[in-house]
Design a binder for this molecule. Sequence first.
Ligand code: C2E
Ligand code: MG
Ligand code: MG
Length: 599
Amino acid sequence: MRVTTERRFNILVVDDTPENVELLDEILRGNYRVRAALNGPRALELARGEDRPDLILLDVMMPGMDGLEVCRQLKADHRTRTIPVIFVTARSEVEDEKIGFKLGAVDYITKPISPPIVEARVQSHITLAHSKRMLERMVAVRTRELAGANKQLEQEMRSRAQAMSRAEFVSQHDALTGLPNRRSLLESIRPALTRAKEQGHALALLHMNLDRLQSVNNSLGTSVGDELLVRTARRLLKDTQTNDLVARDGGDNFVVVFDRGWQSASDAQEAADAASLDILDKLAAPHAMEDRTVRLGASAGLTIFPRDGDEGADLLTRAQIATSVAKKLGGDRLETYSPKMGTGSKARYSMEAHLRDALDTKQLDIHFQPQCELATRRIVGAEALVRWPDGSGGFISNASFIPLAEEAGLILTLDHYVLRMLCQYILDWEDRLPRDFRFAFNFSPLCFQDANSIQRALDLVAEMGVDPTRLELEVTEYAVIADVSTAVEKLRQVREFGIRVALDDFGTGYSSLAYLKTLPLDKLKIDGAFVQDVENDNRSASIARTIIVLANTLRLDVVAEGIENQAQLEFVRKCGCRHGQGFDLHGPLAATDLLKLLP
Ligand code: C2E
Ligand code: MG
Ligand code: MG
């Protein structure tokens, strides 16, 4: 291969014999730029100069500095080390060649000089050297490129790692307070529990729910609420120790795991109680906000490892159950978990789900308790009472599921369900019912706190085409306590529609005479528990008498509930009570049984 470039390669001929220099110059001049040096030092000088040779033809035998020494010095100098050297020698002793190659010469040309050999050797070494240089340059460029790519890759990997750790942080932490979230808490609890297990230590988990955050959000706005959450987080961090874990479990829930090397569950209970109460105290301290002071309390539940659970999730769930008990007991307090709480809430939860299902699939029925004229025991009406079959021939007690329906927000559905069912019975029986026969139905106080519930009930009756004078709504005083004027307005509406209104369970609760004056009522029902006391308790007897007299004075019909025997019946009747209801007359009856009693 002949190297053809614009550039002419530069060859240095070193020889102390001018004729030799001349001859070589002649051979090479056509293709190369040729310079000459007649001794070693001059050769080194030219080689190290600006215009560095691409190849050196070096005579071995020279006076002073011989070729071998020149070669040694060329190879020792970084500026000249890579220049290929071809020895030109008259001697062809093996020894010289060996030394020459050792010193780094690339080839030998022997004297007498043969022009084609010189040409060929020079050509091939120039090509080689050139290719080598090109290769080196390419390698250098490629190395630089690789280094660049490498740097870029490293940068990319770094930023990816950063993004990943940011994402990891975000997925593990609450954005508002920066505290670990529930997921992260459960992950960090695991090694803590393993350690505690190995060392036989007890831990405690405190779950807290802020008591008034919702009303702060509603009245002062969520930004104030957010600020309070952040401050709560800060107070918790300040009031806990290095090994403790602090987390936010969504919404206004916080968790602290006390990891303080307690030796036993009872040690942990005692110390965690004290630490928790201290935390609750700190949380309850007022927050000075811009233009006001806000005070938040917390309801809290405590569980102890290993006593209340082996796993973080169990400890947390059980602490939450204890917190909800603390909340029910009025908030601002600490409750330690007990297994009784768990079953209660589990049973409650499943009862709620069953009730929902029972309403959806229309499993609920109503029974009718007759209301009678006391003087004659004649049936004049009946109270519709909801019945939830328990699947084995009996019924689930109203006392257990009605409060649950109220808490679970199912009571409006339930009350409308009962009213619709009652209306259907009335329509079915219309031909069989005596003229003034009325059916009472019960509405929860919550129906009065709902904007549309009463109106919907009236619409339902109208749509079904039931004569409203067949109906009587039973409410307790609790219906009006929350908002007397609205409730009074709604009751007036009910009466104007043609449905009568009875005040249920009078004698218990507030039994406020003021209400009796304000409420648009037709009837007063004296509570059964109260009626049952008339025989044994003089005070009960005189109060019952007073209520009956009062009702008569106010021209209200009065019904004594829960009459269980003849003596009770006689007592209230003598006091002037005309109507009654109770086991002594009739217990609640299935629809078909009620029909049989009708005249
Ligand atoms: P209430 O409205 O005062 O109904 C009277 C309750 O007293 C009924 O209990 C009835 O079975 C019971 N009772 C009747 N006679 C006697 C007696 O001589 N002695 C005793 N000790 N008890 C007697 P029930 O059916 O268990 O209902 C309990 C409560 O559940 C009702 O009290 C009422 O407040 C509520 N309730 C019943 N049905 C409904 C409904 O459809 N909606 C709403 N919101 N509440 C309902
Ligand atoms: Mg009732
Ligand atoms: Mg009652």
